[in-house]
Design a protein around this ligand. Structure first.
Ligand SMILES: C[S@@+](CC[C@H](N)C(=O)[O-])C[C@H]1O[C@@H](n2cnc3c(N)ncnc32)[C@H](O)[C@@H]1O
Length: 407
């Protein structure tokens, strides 16, 4: 099916910035699912599908670290998929394929998947795509499969929606995407710097968002704030949509059990008085002013599971690190950094760690990282950089701490 879509044009014109999303990693999802009493498929050999995968950076990070598992990504933007395919081929990865197409067309010929991911898609697509997204999750999920869906969360996102309104009004006169972003930035600056009451909550909020967006790339600003589609949902609304497609809400992908904030006794009592987990999570969303939700779903009526902690405010917090790193790596005579991170470092300062996190490299780390291909001693790296050995050792230790060294 061919769908002509302004979405495709927008993402082709200004691709989404390179980013991984650690809560989408199947290892992380599996551990959270187990805490919820659900036994998911083994991660090391899992089949993973990502809907709206952009350039596939998120999947590439997983595929690099899980060579026995297999990964399929689909995105409407041909340009992003082509960039992703180049990355896959440069790394010689054979366990991942990236397909250009509409997620609505994902059918049984794609097979079954143990993890289906849709990060940053639900809020940014029109209603027919949203409805189909949940159907595709259910249709493609294996019996022990888990789906991950993230979205802008109500009511907290309404604040960001106000900023979107300001940016959209500014962008209205613009034609091509970069021009729209420039005009939107100009308008936000004009309003934030001249708001009549700068000390008011509105004035302070605008100033803070303007400062924050100064560090955001044009692509991120465009897709986060200026797309035609940008809808926020309550957890209840999303859980109901999923239920209509035959999926049951398993739990939050981000908060395993315990909110980080201390909970006052009166809040605990209020939570306990609520009828269900969804109502409790929604109250916590308000208390946190949560703007993004990351939710897990499984087949409705699937394998029985034991109940998660009722209040969501007690029980052990999970330690969810993905790759345990050994300090023995520091003793390596010829240290080797992740090939993925080395490749990424030749293009910019943002790289993917072996723990599936985004790491921003400083210029020293960037220079050292690309040299750590396992062929050079620390002394040789220092000579190549023209720096003392002690500095290179300190940089390498930092890279180890950021989970960028593999040998
Ligand atoms: C906001 S971006 C999120 C990208 C990525 N998942 C992330 O979170 O970093 C939304 C992505 O969904 C893709 N998309 C939108 N509608 C789609 C559709 N109907 N089928 C496939 N991909 C779609 C866009 O091209 C874009 O890459």
């Amino acid at each position: 099916m061919e769908h002509s879509d302004p979405t495709r044009e927008s993402y082709d014109a200004l691709p989404y910035a390179r980013l991984v999303h650690r809560f989408t990693h199947p290892e992380r999802i599996a551990r959270t699912a187990r805490l919820r009493g659900f036994e998911p498929a083994p991660v090391s050999t899992a089949r993973v599908l990502e809907l709206g995968c952009a350039s596939g950076d998120n999947l590439v990070g997983m595929a690099y670290g899980l060579p026995e598992a297999s990964f399929v990504g689909v995105d409407l933007s041909d340009r992003q998929i082509e960039a992703g395919r180049r990355r896959v081929s440069d790394l010689g990865l054979e366990n991942i394929s990236l397909e250009s197409g509409d997620l609505r067309d994902v059918d049984e010929s794609w097979g079954a998947f143990d993890y289906v991911l849709a990060h940053g898609v639900l809020s940014w697509v029109p209603e027919p795509v949203r409805l189909r997204l949940f159907e595709v999750c259910r249709e493609r999920l294996s019996p022990a499969g888990v789906a991950f869906v993230s979205y802008n969360a109500l009511p907290g996102w309404r604040f960001r929606g106000l900023v979107r309104d300001v940016l959209l009004a500014g962008a209205a006169g613009g034609g091509e995407p970069r021009e729209r972003v420039r005009l939107a930035r100009e308008r936000l600056a004009l309003v934030a710097e001249n708001v009549f009451d700068a000390a008011s909550p509105w004035g302070r909020y605008l100033a803070a968002r303007q400062k924050e967006l100064e560090n955001e790339s044009d692509g991120d600003l465009l897709h986060e704030f200026l797309e035609d589609q940008n809808e926020a949902f309550s957890l209840r609304n999303v859980a109901d949509r999923a239920a209509a497609a035959g999926l049951a809400y398993l739990g939050d992908a981000q908060e395993a059990y315990v909110p980080e904030e201390p909970v006052a006794d009166e809040v605990r009592l209020a939570l306990e008085a609520l009828p269900g987990e969804i109502e409790r999570e929604e109250l916590l969303d308000v208390l946190r002013q949560r703007t993004l939700r990351q939710s897990l779903f499984v087949h409705a009526g699937g394998p029985a599971r034991h109940r998660a902690d009722a209040t969501g405010v007690a029980g052990p917090r999970a330690g969810l690190e993905i790759t345990p790193l050994s300090r023995a790596i520091l003793q390596s005579p010829r240290p080797r950094a992740s090939a993925l991170a080395r490749l990424q470092a030749t293009e910019g300062s943002r790289v993917t760690s072996l723990e599936h996190r985004n790491v921003a490299l400083d210029p020293l780390a960037e220079k050292v990282l690309v040299l750590l291909d396992g062929s050079r001693t620390v002394e040789e790296v220092a000579a190549a950089c023209g720096w003392p050995v002690a500095i290179v050792e300190a940089v390498i230790e930092g890279l180890l701490r950021d989970a960028l060294l593999e040998g």
